[in-house]
Design a protein. Structure first.
Length: 319
Protein backbone atom coordinates (compact mmCIF):
# COMPACT_ATOMS: atom_id res chain seq x y z
CA UNK A 1 0.00 0.00 0.00
CA UNK A 2 3.01 2.28 0.47
CA UNK A 3 4.04 2.20 -3.22
CA UNK A 4 0.70 2.73 -4.98
CA UNK A 5 -1.35 5.87 -5.53
CA UNK A 6 -5.08 5.41 -5.08
CA UNK A 7 -8.02 7.78 -5.26
CA UNK A 8 -9.76 8.14 -1.95
CA UNK A 9 -12.97 6.58 -3.24
CA UNK A 10 -11.07 3.33 -3.96
CA UNK A 11 -9.06 3.26 -0.71
CA UNK A 12 -11.12 0.57 1.00
CA UNK A 13 -11.07 -1.63 -2.12
CA UNK A 14 -7.30 -1.22 -2.42
CA UNK A 15 -6.81 -2.09 1.25
CA UNK A 16 -8.94 -5.20 0.76
CA UNK A 17 -7.01 -6.27 -2.36
CA UNK A 18 -3.48 -5.15 -1.48
CA UNK A 19 -3.47 -5.03 2.32
CA UNK A 20 -1.62 -8.40 2.59
CA UNK A 21 0.60 -7.98 -0.49
CA UNK A 22 4.35 -7.39 -0.06
CA UNK A 23 7.02 -6.52 -2.67
CA UNK A 24 10.40 -8.30 -2.59
CA UNK A 25 13.55 -6.54 -3.78
CA UNK A 26 15.18 -9.81 -4.96
CA UNK A 27 14.78 -13.59 -4.93
CA UNK A 28 16.51 -13.89 -1.53
CA UNK A 29 13.37 -12.45 0.02
CA UNK A 30 11.46 -15.52 -1.16
CA UNK A 31 13.53 -17.78 1.10
CA UNK A 32 13.44 -15.34 4.00
CA UNK A 33 9.76 -14.55 3.78
CA UNK A 34 8.31 -14.85 7.28
CA UNK A 35 6.02 -17.87 7.68
CA UNK A 36 3.76 -15.72 9.85
CA UNK A 37 2.74 -13.78 6.71
CA UNK A 38 1.60 -17.03 5.08
CA UNK A 39 -0.57 -17.87 8.06
CA UNK A 40 -2.38 -14.56 7.44
CA UNK A 41 -2.83 -15.36 3.74
CA UNK A 42 -0.22 -12.81 2.61
CA UNK A 43 1.14 -12.66 -0.94
CA UNK A 44 4.75 -11.92 -1.96
CA UNK A 45 5.50 -10.20 -5.31
CA UNK A 46 8.99 -10.06 -6.83
CA UNK A 47 9.83 -6.46 -7.77
CA UNK A 48 10.35 -7.17 -11.50
CA UNK A 49 7.34 -9.50 -11.76
CA UNK A 50 9.32 -12.78 -11.95
CA UNK A 51 7.14 -14.61 -9.45
CA UNK A 52 4.08 -14.41 -7.22
CA UNK A 53 4.11 -16.43 -3.99
CA UNK A 54 0.85 -17.11 -2.17
CA UNK A 55 -0.04 -19.28 0.76
CA UNK A 56 -0.23 -22.46 -1.33
CA UNK A 57 1.14 -21.39 -4.71
CA UNK A 58 4.25 -20.05 -6.44
CA UNK A 59 3.80 -18.84 -10.04
CA UNK A 60 5.77 -16.83 -12.58
CA UNK A 61 4.74 -13.36 -13.60
CA UNK A 62 4.99 -10.99 -16.52
CA UNK A 63 4.93 -7.23 -17.03
CA UNK A 64 2.48 -5.20 -19.07
CA UNK A 65 0.11 -8.00 -20.07
CA UNK A 66 -3.07 -6.68 -18.47
CA UNK A 67 -5.40 -3.75 -18.94
CA UNK A 68 -4.30 -2.17 -15.68
CA UNK A 69 -1.09 -1.00 -17.32
CA UNK A 70 -3.10 1.15 -19.73
CA UNK A 71 -4.94 2.62 -16.74
CA UNK A 72 -1.58 3.29 -15.06
CA UNK A 73 -0.30 4.97 -18.21
CA UNK A 74 -3.30 7.29 -18.26
CA UNK A 75 -2.76 7.96 -14.56
CA UNK A 76 0.91 8.74 -15.20
CA UNK A 77 -0.12 11.06 -18.00
CA UNK A 78 -2.41 12.91 -15.62
CA UNK A 79 0.46 13.15 -13.13
CA UNK A 80 2.76 14.48 -15.85
CA UNK A 81 0.21 17.15 -16.75
CA UNK A 82 -0.10 18.12 -13.09
CA UNK A 83 3.69 18.19 -12.74
CA UNK A 84 3.98 20.31 -15.90
CA UNK A 85 1.44 22.78 -14.49
CA UNK A 86 3.33 22.83 -11.18
CA UNK A 87 6.66 23.34 -12.96
CA UNK A 88 5.15 26.10 -15.08
CA UNK A 89 3.96 27.76 -11.86
CA UNK A 90 7.49 27.41 -10.47
CA UNK A 91 8.88 28.88 -13.67
CA UNK A 92 6.50 31.81 -13.37
CA UNK A 93 7.54 32.25 -9.75
CA UNK A 94 11.18 32.06 -10.73
CA UNK A 95 10.64 34.53 -13.53
CA UNK A 96 8.96 36.86 -11.06
CA UNK A 97 11.86 36.35 -8.67
CA UNK A 98 14.33 37.00 -11.50
CA UNK A 99 12.46 40.13 -12.41
CA UNK A 100 12.45 41.14 -8.79
CA UNK A 101 16.16 40.48 -8.51
CA UNK A 102 16.65 42.29 -11.79
CA UNK A 103 14.86 45.25 -10.33
CA UNK A 104 17.04 44.93 -7.27
CA UNK A 105 20.11 44.85 -9.53
CA UNK A 106 18.94 48.05 -11.12
CA UNK A 107 18.47 49.48 -7.65
CA UNK A 108 21.86 48.18 -6.60
CA UNK A 109 23.40 49.71 -9.69
CA UNK A 110 21.84 52.93 -8.71
CA UNK A 111 23.22 52.61 -5.22
CA UNK A 112 26.60 51.40 -6.52
CA UNK A 113 26.53 48.31 -4.39
CA UNK A 114 28.88 46.21 -6.51
CA UNK A 115 29.13 43.24 -4.16
CA UNK A 116 25.39 42.95 -3.91
CA UNK A 117 25.20 43.37 -7.68
CA UNK A 118 27.69 40.54 -8.22
CA UNK A 119 25.88 38.30 -5.76
CA UNK A 120 22.58 39.17 -7.33
CA UNK A 121 24.05 38.60 -10.80
CA UNK A 122 25.26 35.21 -9.65
CA UNK A 123 21.87 34.46 -8.23
CA UNK A 124 20.35 35.60 -11.48
CA UNK A 125 22.67 33.32 -13.43
CA UNK A 126 21.83 30.41 -11.13
CA UNK A 127 18.16 31.14 -11.42
CA UNK A 128 18.54 31.51 -15.19
CA UNK A 129 20.28 28.13 -15.38
CA UNK A 130 17.60 26.67 -13.14
CA UNK A 131 14.97 28.20 -15.43
CA UNK A 132 16.69 26.70 -18.48
CA UNK A 133 16.83 23.35 -16.67
CA UNK A 134 13.17 23.62 -15.80
CA UNK A 135 12.34 24.65 -19.37
CA UNK A 136 14.26 21.62 -20.68
CA UNK A 137 12.41 19.44 -18.23
CA UNK A 138 9.13 21.03 -19.25
CA UNK A 139 10.01 20.44 -22.90
CA UNK A 140 10.83 16.82 -22.10
CA UNK A 141 7.58 16.51 -20.22
CA UNK A 142 5.74 18.08 -23.16
CA UNK A 143 7.48 15.65 -25.49
CA UNK A 144 6.57 12.76 -23.21
CA UNK A 145 3.02 14.06 -23.09
CA UNK A 146 2.87 14.24 -26.89
CA UNK A 147 4.38 10.75 -27.17
CA UNK A 148 1.90 9.39 -24.64
CA UNK A 149 -0.99 11.15 -26.38
CA UNK A 150 0.16 9.73 -29.72
CA UNK A 151 0.43 6.29 -28.14
CA UNK A 152 -3.04 6.65 -26.61
CA UNK A 153 -4.41 7.79 -29.98
CA UNK A 154 -2.70 4.83 -31.65
CA UNK A 155 -4.16 2.46 -29.06
CA UNK A 156 -7.60 4.01 -29.47
CA UNK A 157 -7.28 3.65 -33.25
CA UNK A 158 -6.18 0.05 -32.81
CA UNK A 159 -9.13 -0.49 -30.48
CA UNK A 160 -11.49 0.94 -33.10
CA UNK A 161 -9.88 -1.31 -35.71
CA UNK A 162 -10.37 -4.29 -33.42
CA UNK A 163 -13.99 -3.30 -32.88
CA UNK A 164 -14.44 -3.03 -36.65
CA UNK A 165 -12.80 -6.42 -37.18
CA UNK A 166 -15.01 -7.89 -34.48
CA UNK A 167 -18.09 -6.40 -36.15
CA UNK A 168 -16.97 -7.78 -39.53
CA UNK A 169 -16.30 -11.16 -37.97
CA UNK A 170 -19.71 -11.06 -36.27
CA UNK A 171 -21.36 -10.33 -39.63
CA UNK A 172 -19.45 -13.23 -41.20
CA UNK A 173 -20.54 -15.43 -38.29
CA UNK A 174 -24.17 -14.42 -38.79
CA UNK A 175 -23.81 -15.15 -42.51
CA UNK A 176 -22.27 -18.53 -41.77
CA UNK A 177 -25.04 -19.29 -39.28
CA UNK A 178 -27.65 -18.42 -41.93
CA UNK A 179 -25.89 -20.65 -44.45
CA UNK A 180 -25.69 -23.45 -41.89
CA UNK A 181 -29.41 -23.07 -41.18
CA UNK A 182 -30.20 -23.17 -44.91
CA UNK A 183 -27.95 -26.20 -45.41
CA UNK A 184 -29.57 -27.88 -42.41
CA UNK A 185 -33.04 -27.38 -43.93
CA UNK A 186 -31.80 -28.74 -47.28
CA UNK A 187 -30.21 -31.67 -45.46
CA UNK A 188 -33.52 -32.43 -43.73
CA UNK A 189 -35.32 -32.42 -47.10
CA UNK A 190 -32.62 -34.67 -48.56
CA UNK A 191 -32.93 -37.01 -45.58
CA UNK A 192 -36.71 -37.17 -46.09
CA UNK A 193 -36.23 -37.95 -49.80
CA UNK A 194 -33.62 -40.53 -48.86
CA UNK A 195 -35.96 -42.12 -46.32
CA UNK A 196 -38.74 -42.30 -48.96
CA UNK A 197 -36.35 -43.78 -51.53
CA UNK A 198 -35.03 -46.22 -48.96
CA UNK A 199 -38.60 -47.30 -48.13
CA UNK A 200 -39.35 -47.84 -51.85
CA UNK A 201 -36.11 -49.74 -52.22
CA UNK A 202 -36.92 -51.94 -49.24
CA UNK A 203 -40.39 -52.62 -50.65
CA UNK A 204 -38.92 -53.51 -54.06
CA UNK A 205 -36.31 -55.66 -52.37
CA UNK A 206 -38.99 -57.48 -50.38
CA UNK A 207 -41.02 -58.07 -53.56
CA UNK A 208 -37.95 -59.31 -55.41
CA UNK A 209 -37.02 -61.61 -52.53
CA UNK A 210 -40.55 -63.06 -52.45
CA UNK A 211 -40.52 -63.63 -56.21
CA UNK A 212 -37.04 -65.07 -56.04
CA UNK A 213 -38.16 -67.36 -53.21
CA UNK A 214 -41.12 -68.61 -55.27
CA UNK A 215 -38.84 -69.12 -58.27
CA UNK A 216 -36.35 -70.98 -56.10
CA UNK A 217 -39.12 -73.19 -54.74
CA UNK A 218 -40.39 -73.97 -58.27
CA UNK A 219 -36.86 -74.61 -59.47
CA UNK A 220 -36.23 -76.87 -56.49
CA UNK A 221 -39.46 -78.70 -57.23
CA UNK A 222 -38.45 -79.19 -60.89
CA UNK A 223 -35.03 -80.44 -59.83
CA UNK A 224 -36.66 -82.74 -57.30
CA UNK A 225 -39.01 -84.14 -59.99
CA UNK A 226 -36.07 -84.65 -62.35
CA UNK A 227 -34.15 -86.42 -59.63
CA UNK A 228 -37.18 -88.55 -58.78
CA UNK A 229 -37.64 -89.42 -62.48
CA UNK A 230 -33.98 -90.36 -62.77
CA UNK A 231 -34.29 -92.39 -59.55
CA UNK A 232 -37.41 -94.22 -60.84
CA UNK A 233 -35.70 -94.88 -64.16
CA UNK A 234 -32.61 -96.23 -62.44
CA UNK A 235 -34.81 -98.22 -60.10
CA UNK A 236 -36.72 -99.72 -63.06
CA UNK A 237 -33.44 -100.62 -64.72
CA UNK A 238 -32.17 -102.19 -61.50
CA UNK A 239 -35.43 -104.13 -61.06
CA UNK A 240 -35.24 -105.41 -64.65
CA UNK A 241 -31.68 -106.56 -64.01
CA UNK A 242 -32.80 -108.13 -60.73
CA UNK A 243 -35.65 -109.97 -62.51
CA UNK A 244 -33.21 -111.30 -65.07
CA UNK A 245 -30.78 -112.25 -62.32
CA UNK A 246 -33.58 -113.81 -60.24
CA UNK A 247 -34.75 -115.82 -63.25
CA UNK A 248 -31.24 -117.10 -63.78
CA UNK A 249 -30.93 -117.84 -60.06
CA UNK A 250 -34.32 -119.61 -60.16
CA UNK A 251 -33.17 -121.80 -63.03
CA UNK A 252 -29.93 -122.52 -61.24
CA UNK A 253 -31.81 -123.23 -58.01
CA UNK A 254 -34.18 -125.63 -59.78
CA UNK A 255 -31.22 -127.49 -61.20
CA UNK A 256 -29.59 -127.49 -57.78
CA UNK A 257 -32.81 -128.77 -56.19
CA UNK A 258 -32.99 -131.57 -58.71
CA UNK A 259 -29.37 -132.48 -58.06
CA UNK A 260 -29.91 -132.19 -54.32
CA UNK A 261 -32.99 -134.45 -54.52
CA UNK A 262 -30.92 -137.05 -56.34
CA UNK A 263 -28.24 -136.78 -53.72
CA UNK A 264 -30.92 -137.04 -51.05
CA UNK A 265 -32.18 -140.28 -52.57
CA UNK A 266 -28.67 -141.63 -52.67
CA UNK A 267 -28.20 -140.63 -49.02
CA UNK A 268 -31.45 -142.27 -48.05
CA UNK A 269 -30.28 -145.45 -49.74
CA UNK A 270 -27.00 -145.18 -47.93
CA UNK A 271 -28.84 -144.65 -44.63
CA UNK A 272 -30.91 -147.76 -45.17
CA UNK A 273 -27.78 -149.69 -46.01
CA UNK A 274 -25.98 -148.30 -43.02
CA UNK A 275 -28.84 -149.17 -40.63
CA UNK A 276 -28.07 -152.80 -41.18
CA UNK A 277 -24.63 -152.11 -39.87
CA UNK A 278 -25.78 -149.75 -37.11
CA UNK A 279 -23.27 -150.59 -34.51
CA UNK A 280 -20.29 -150.71 -36.83
CA UNK A 281 -21.33 -147.81 -39.00
CA UNK A 282 -22.74 -145.51 -36.33
CA UNK A 283 -20.04 -142.96 -36.72
CA UNK A 284 -20.43 -142.87 -40.47
CA UNK A 285 -24.17 -142.59 -39.97
CA UNK A 286 -23.82 -139.54 -37.79
CA UNK A 287 -21.55 -137.93 -40.33
CA UNK A 288 -23.90 -138.79 -43.12
CA UNK A 289 -26.82 -137.58 -41.05
CA UNK A 290 -25.03 -134.29 -40.43
CA UNK A 291 -24.28 -133.93 -44.10
CA UNK A 292 -27.88 -134.73 -44.81
CA UNK A 293 -29.11 -131.96 -42.57
CA UNK A 294 -26.63 -129.57 -44.05
CA UNK A 295 -27.82 -130.37 -47.52
CA UNK A 296 -31.41 -130.19 -46.29
CA UNK A 297 -30.75 -126.75 -44.82
CA UNK A 298 -29.10 -125.66 -48.03
CA UNK A 299 -32.11 -126.92 -49.91
CA UNK A 300 -34.39 -125.00 -47.57
CA UNK A 301 -32.33 -121.87 -48.11
CA UNK A 302 -32.53 -122.37 -51.86
CA UNK A 303 -36.28 -122.80 -51.58
CA UNK A 304 -36.54 -119.68 -49.46
CA UNK A 305 -34.44 -117.74 -51.96
CA UNK A 306 -36.57 -119.06 -54.75
CA UNK A 307 -39.73 -118.08 -52.89
CA UNK A 308 -38.34 -114.60 -52.13
CA UNK A 309 -37.37 -114.18 -55.75
CA UNK A 310 -40.88 -115.15 -56.81
CA UNK A 311 -42.41 -112.67 -54.32
CA UNK A 312 -40.12 -109.86 -55.51
CA UNK A 313 -41.00 -110.61 -59.07
CA UNK A 314 -44.69 -110.41 -58.16
CA UNK A 315 -44.08 -107.01 -56.47
CA UNK A 316 -42.29 -105.69 -59.55
CA UNK A 317 -45.10 -106.85 -61.77
CA UNK A 318 -47.64 -105.10 -59.49
CA UNK A 319 -45.62 -101.85 -59.57
Amino acid sequence: MSVVEIDSQYANLAKHLLGNVFIAENEDALRGFDSAHHSNGSILLEKTGKYVKGKYSLTGGSVGLFEGKKIGRAKNLEKLIEEIVAQEAIVKTLKATIQEHHNEVIAFNEQLKENAIKQTQQDINNLTNHVFSLQNRIENLHHLEETSAARIAELEKQLETNHADIASTREMLNSFNAQIKELTEKMQLIEQDYATAEEDYNHATTTFNDSNLQFTKQQSKVVSLKQEFEFKTNQLTDLTLQIESSTAQLTEASASITETAAQLKELEAMVISMLHNKETEEKKLNEADQEYYNIRNALTEKENELQASKNQKKVLIIC
